[in-house]
Design a protein around this ligand. Sequence first.
Ligand SMILES: [Zn+2]
Length: 94
Amino acid sequence: MWLRDGSRCAFVARSGRRCAERGFLELHHVEPHAVGGEATVDNIQLRCRAHNAYEAELFYGPGKLVRGDAVVREPSAVFSYVAEPRTRSGTSDP
Ligand SMILES: [Zn+2]
């Protein structure tokens, strides 16, 4: 996914121009996680912080602030989803 998107934001504007941001990239669900979008390579694209926030706002609406300073974001859900199976496998437990 990282290589496919060229390590930069994959947001494409209506004009056809693609964002060139390479810093502060986040994971964007094409089909939102909240409506069953899966954490798969096909469903996740890179977004810069600004465009991820922009598209989250399009779907979720503005003003979803947590503790006053953090917008609810999907990446944390992705990472917890990825991390979960490892704790269950228990390879080195006696
Ligand atoms: Zn962008």
